[in-house]
Design a protein around this ligand. Structure first.
Ligand code: ADP
Ligand code: MG
Length: 295
């Protein structure tokens, strides 16, 4: 599978002008998991909606194995699974009934549906809860049934928009493992603003900012680029503000004699500063402002 985005832009008309949600993007995806990282408003959902054909771009086109998806139409839609950022599930349906209903919408035959519903319930770990109403599900279970519905047609392209928002850490890990399990032989696009979601499972990380692509690299490459830019330093109480306004400061821990800071700086910020190994949270801090959606 090869999904290519050529010169995609999306402009929304507003009362006082226009918003360029996506600005001339060029991208290529092959099988594997891609993490799409960006602060709120950077264009993640817009990109996913266009790839899910829920929305048309203002300019540009998307090609699957060289064919324009707009032309492929239903043939393309049969190949994709989409879990939107906001999912409305039928609360009074049991998990099993919901999946049968969606399988019918997707055009599976009764027998196909029977097998596929069983298989996906098993895969997402909801088989024993299949008779429960989805309205009674926890947040994590709702996301898992969401993934299950997206997988019913065995999609070659799976698009999931902020699937881990609002999940507790345990559910998040479970979800991550599920995604890596189902990523073989398909393209998985996962948007998030929680860095740890993609640190270990993504083949590549894309960083979006104001509708533009800032970076597209493997997590390890991205981290290499941050070497000698992440520092740890202990400062006195009265120095804290100076450092906070002069540098991008991540973790701050209180010590008896002051504060211990983890910070980003192109140059060694102080003689006593020690270089530390970068992680993806540092990367987020490096590319985005501190207050933008860190979790
Ligand atoms: N339907 C819409 N109408 C007007 N503006 C929109 C619409 N959808 C998104 N936007 C704007 O486009 C930008 C990108 O939004 P979005 O793609 O939702 O970003 P993200 O998912 O990264 O938070 C934001 O400025 C947002 O306000
Ligand atoms: Mg979004």
């Amino acid at each position: 599978m090869n999904l290519t985005i050529e010169g995609i832009s999306k402009t929304f008309k507003e009362r006082h002008g226009e918003i360029k949600a996506l600005d001339n993007l060029y991208l290529e995806f092959t099988n594997g998991v891609y993490g799409i990282l960006g602060a709120n408003g950077s264009g993640k959902t817009t990109l996913m909606r266009i790839l899910a054909t829920v929305m048309k771009p203002t300019a540009g086109a998307v090609y699957l194995n060289g064919r324009d998806i707009a032309q492929m139409d239903a043939e393309y839609r049969d190949l994709i699974g989409y879990l939107p950022q906001q999912v409305g599930l039928y609360k009074n349906f049991s998990a099993e009934k919901l999946l049968h209903y969606i399988a019918a919408l997707k055009g599976l035959t009764k027998q196909e549906a029977k097998d596929k519903v069983e298989e996906t319930l098993e895969l997402v770990g909801l088989h024993k809860d299949r008779k429960k109403k989805v309205g009674k599900f926890s947040g994590g279970m709702k996301r898992r049934i969401g993934i299950a519905q997206a997988l019913l047609n065995d999609p070659k392209i799976l698009i999931v928009d902020e699937p881990t928002a609002g999940l507790d850490p345990k559910e998040r890990i479970r979800f991550r493992n599920l995604l890596s399990k189902i990523s073989a032989n398909r393209i998985v696009l996962l948007s998030t603003h929680i860095v740890s979601d993609i640190e270990f499972i993504a083949k590549e990380v894309l960083i979006l900012k104001d509708g533009k692509l800032v970076k597209k690299e493997s997590p390890s490459h991205l981290l290499k680029g941050l070497e000698q830019k992440v520092w740890s330093l202990t400062v006195k109480g009265e120095e804290l503000e100076t450092y906070q306004s002069g540098y991008k400061v991540g973790n701050i821990s209180r010590l008896q004699e002051g504060y211990h800071l983890r910070m980003i700086s192109e140059e060694k910020p102080h003689l006593k500063a020690e270089s530390v190994e970068p992680n993806l949270e540092d990367l987020y801090l490096y590319y985005f402002d501190e207050e933008e959606g860190m979790e």
